[in-house]
Design a protein around this ligand. Structure first.
Ligand code: AMP
Length: 216
């Protein structure tokens, strides 16, 4: 059983790695971004609130985000181990997670940080395409689908996330630097942080992280 936090800037490869680790280690994948996108699709009140922040690249307020993670992490399936992808993103979220994980006896085993330089993040995000049906990620240059605009896995149409535009990306990167990056020190001081170079590419990165997880 492994409880993992995945950290890294937008475009560092958290989503891709989380999907691979979920399969390999049979973990529950908890992506707050995916949860908000599902709520938007379903047209719920949460979705309406989240989309007003997401479209601009801003963070959804802490109390809302912490609330949905609390509900999800407390569910029975998370007892087999989980990957938190995109949470926590602020110190308040990290502190709330600390408290919650102690309360429910599901403490964090490791925080995996993916390092990536800004130029590469911008290249990845601006070329990113996502399957509308299953969420599989592609890139217009480096991870092309077999048929243009169509998902290899499920045949769904590919699209560009509305917050993957230049303006929203700038705001997201600023939030990462100011709000999220300081959490690396927070977890390092707890001896939980292990950093990887995401520039090696998705497959080598997955192998390196898997090796680490087999040891803990
Ligand atoms: P992601 O899919 O992780 O890139 O998240 C997409 C967007 O969802 C972010 O830019 C935020 O607007 C929102 N979001 C996701 N996770 C969080 C979080 N932990 N705290 C606040 N907002 C979040």
């Amino acid at each position: 059983m492994k409880n993992i936090i995945l950290m890294g800037a937008p475009g560092a490869g958290k989503g891709t790695l989380a999907k691979q680790l979920k399969e390999r280690f049979k973990l529950v994948h908890i992506s707050t971004g995916d949860m908000f996108r599902e709520a938007i699709k379903a047209g719920t009140e949460l979705g309406k609130l989240a989309s007003s922040y997401m479209a601009k690249g801003d963070l959804v307020p802490d109390e809302v985000t912490i609330g949905i993670v609390k509900d999800r992490l407390s569910q029975d399936d998370c007892a087999k181990g989980f990957i938190l992808d995109g949470f926590p993103r602020t110190l308040a979220q990290a502190e709330a997670l600390d408290k919650l994980s102690n309360e429910i006896n599901r403490s964090i085993d490791v925080v995996i940080n993916l390092d990536c330089d800004n130029k590469e993040l911008i290249r990845r995000i601006s070329g990113r395409r996502v399957c509308k049906v299953c969420g599989a990620p592609y890139h217009i240059e480096t991870m092309k689908p077999k048929v243009d605009g169509i998902c290899d896995l499920c045949g769904g149409p590919l699209f560009q996330r509305p917050d993957d535009n230049e303006e929203a990306l700038k705001v997201r990167l600023e939030h990462y630097t100011h709000d999220t990056k300081p959490l690396l020190d927070f977890y390092d001081s707890k001896n939980l942080l292990v950093s990887f170079d995401s520039l090696v590419g998705a497959e080598p990165l997955f192998d390196e992280v898997s090796l680490l997880l087999h040891k803990i």
